[in-house]
Design a protein around this ligand. Structure first.
Ligand SMILES: Cc1ncc(COP(=O)(O)O)c(C=O)c1O
Length: 214
């Protein structure tokens, strides 16, 4: 919270805009709920963007923005230039889906499904790869980050995993200035629970075969 308030104060003082991309906030599994920057902002500096493409399904192509009032006209004009609007039919169906309570029920159900998948992934990683990876279950979202131990290279693991049919993303590539840390990003929302342990077993074989010095 302190960092959030500091960021808002900075935006107010410097006249900057903050774009808050809160795309996985529906899936919170524990810890205290986090107030959005947009909800805390009293100076109208936050542009809040969200999407239904994760919470419902990617092919829907529906997102939304909550804008400070003075920006509404410009955003509407830009949107008009880009592609006018998403399908009105999809918007109406999504609105009815929410009004009839199905969206909230869907989120509640999926939160439990994703929580089980997250816990299965964390347990499997700790069991099979505890010597090589350090894993904490995230409180929110659809991915977890596993830091590598003993200097193992995330980029090497990414390549070896791909050769064994498992997709993980090397996080060290995403650093700009801070010293890069070696870690893997793994998604857990898109994979049925029974597929997770076999995938971790493949990942463990990939690491043992190609990444660990003899
Ligand atoms: C950071 C971030 N924001 C938003 C989205 C959602 O994008 P879209 O609504 O275009 O599917 C994604 C998708 O992966 C994302 O990674």
């Amino acid at each position: 919270m302190a960092r959030r308030l500091e960021l808002l104060a900075w935006a107010r003082e410097s006249g900057a805009w903050i774009i808050e991309d809160d795309y996985a906030s529906e899936f919170r599994y524990g810890g205290r709920p986090l107030a959005s920057l947009q909800g805390l902002d009293e100076a109208g500096r936050v542009i809040y963007v969200g999407t239904l493409n994760k919470a419902l399904f990617p092919g829907l192509r529906l997102g939304y923005a909550v804008l400070p009032h003075p920006l509404v006209r410009n955003f509407v004009a830009a949107r008009y230039l880009i592609d006018r609007q998403p399908s009105s039919l999809c918007q109406s169906v999504a609105a009815a889906f929410m009004e009839e309570g199905h969206f909230a029920a869907h989120i509640r159900r999926m939160r439990e499904v994703y929580r089980r998948q997250r816990d299965t992934l964390v347990a499997a990683l700790r069991r099979r790869l505890g010597d090589h990876l350090s894993v904490e279950p995230p409180d929110q979202g659809m991915h977890l980050v596993a830091y590598t131990r003993r200097g193992l290279s995330d980029v090497k693991i990414e390549r070896a995993a791909r050769d064994h049919g498992v997709t993980v993303r090397a996080m060290s590539r995403h650093y700009i200035e801070a010293p890069a840390q070696s870690a893997l990003m793994l998604g857990f929302s898109g994979y049925p629970q029974q597929t997770i342990a076999p995938a971790v077993a493949r990942l463990a074989r990939a690491i043992a075969a190609d990444c660990v010095p003899d």
